[in-house]
Design a binder for this molecule. Structure first.
Ligand SMILES: Cc1cc2nc3c(=O)[nH]c(=O)nc-3n(C[C@H](O)[C@H](O)[C@H](O)COP(=O)(O)O)c2cc1C
Length: 414
């Protein structure tokens, strides 16, 4: 019987433990978590979501405060077309975040950044170009293009000196999405270095509709595998979504994937950015406490705990401070908020059920997004006499994935 450690993920002749910790915005996949994955010979992600805010927290900068001051006159206006991100601030904050983690990197693994195309930031092309270039300038090992089809993202950095040396990958949830990406980028003469195939059991936003339960990761992986074979394209495939044990991972690795991307098991790691009391909520959750809903203004369904504080709140939008999902001055949450404000002109007792202010609530860790198997997290650790659960180090979880066999999960010592 094999374990994950019997396999290696190869990039340009170098070998890695085939475990990738997926990006979890906003800063749930912290630098500390990514650094652990790299130290242990695998691959870790940081997230480039809300980089201004993340930089303020880590480095004491004032990007968000400055932006809020600059645009305070928009607070009572629904049309946010006039709010713009300062591209210099986007560049500087990205460089601070990426540069800091790359400086601290030890071990044989790699650190990638997860780049969400759906963070349109009221000027999607310009802000995306700056984010991608700044991450490359600051020495990131690779960029995973996530949440969106990214038809033009590679073109934005084709003139960057690191365009062919950095690892560039894409997340897809269907063969069709991959085909569109490949077709749109055919002229660049640069294939993605890896393709993450994310199935419907993942956390965060899903690349499926509300009929997600009709799909399964193994079938999608097999389809994409066959397509790549037929087209003679040697792109490593990474399977993601619902891979909960080392044995789950082995079953994919034995069927031709080059690695696995996992996240849910690490949400409760010491190094995860979630506050400790929220980690306990994840650990306590039962299967019925998890739902896939449509409250994200991005338009993608999202899986989360039903008791997430972000659900059915009536927060005044914070686009002046954040505004990461604005597109041509609009966001689906703004629409919902102003609809409700008409009913409650005093601004009190507003409760918005159909959408959430994703920026504010993600920033404050109030969207408890999670993978389908979150309800099994309690089986990965020990309960303490006070009823809470022991929080595990990322190394423990990583090693469990790497060495466990026979669907075993290694519990921490008593
Ligand atoms: C809390 C959480 C936040 C996530 N946030 C993001 C994100 O910001 N961008 C992204 O591409 N994927 C995100 N994901 C998806 C993961 O990177 C990963 O591909 C997936 O969850 C793997 O499945 P698993 O959680 O069942 O192991 C998130 C997942 C979780 C659990």
């Amino acid at each position: 019987m094999k374990c994950v450690d019997d396999f290696r993920l190869k990039f340009n002749g170098k070998e890695y433990v085939p475990i990738i910790i997926g990006g979890m915005g906003v800063d749930i996949s912290t630098p500390q978590l990514a650094l652990e994955a790299a130290r242990l010979g695998g691959i870790g992600h940081i997230s480039d979501a809300m980089s201004l805010d993340t930089a303020d927290r880590y480095f004491g900068t004032h990007f968000t405060r400055d932006k809020t001051r600059q645009y305070k006159d928009f607070i009572k206006i629904q049309d946010k077309t006039g709010i713009h991100f300062d591209l210099g601030a986007v560049e500087e904050s990205t460089k601070l975040h990426v540069g800091n983690v790359m400086e601290k990197k030890r071990g044989d693994g790699l650190i990638f950044t997860n780049c969400m195309e759906k963070l349109t930031m009221n000027a999607s092309r310009d802000t995306l170009r700056v984010r991608l270039k700044a991450a490359l300038d600051a020495g990131i090992d690779g960029i995973t293009l996530a949440a969106g089809l990214h038809p033009n993202s590679l073109r934005l950095i084709e003139d960057h000196p690191r365009f062919r040396d950095a690892k560039l990958g894409i997340i897809v949830s269907s063969l069709r999405a991959l085909q569109i990406f490949l077709r749109r980028n055919a002229k660049l003469n640069r294939l993605p270095d890896y393709v993450v195939v994310e199935g419907p059991l993942a956390g965060g936003h899903l690349g499926f509709g509300m009929d997600w339960a009709k799909y399964d990761l193994k079938t999608i992986v097999a389809e994409i595998h066959q397509f790549l074979k037929t087209e003679e394209l040697a792109i490593p495939l990474i399977a993601a979504g619902g891979i909960f044990t080392g044995s789950d991972a082995v079953s994919f690795l034995e069927n031709g994937v080059a690695g696995v991307q996992v996240a849910t098991r690490f949400t409760i790691a010491q190094e995860s950015g979630l506050p400790d009391d929220v980690k306990q909520e994840y650990l306590k959750a039962g299967e019925d406490d998890i739902e896939v809903n449509q409250i994200s203004p991005t338009g993608y369904p999202m899986r989360m705990l039903k008791n997430s504080p972000a659900i059915a709140k009536g927060l005044r939008p914070n686009c002046e401070s954040y505004g990461y999902i604005l597109e041509n001055g609009k966001c689906e949450y703004l629409k919902s908020y102003y609809r409700e404000l008409e009913q409650h002109p005093d601004g009190k007792n507003i409760c918005i059920k159909d959408k959430t202010c994703l920026c504010t609530h993600m920033r404050n860790y109030n969207v408890w997004t999670c993978g389908h198997y979150t309800y099994r997290l309690k089986d990965t650790t020990r309960q303490l006499p006070d009823g809470t659960y022991r929080i595990l180090g990322a190394e423990h979880i990583f090693r469990d994935y790497q060495f466990s066999k026979d669907q075993q999960i290694l519990l921490p010592e008593e």
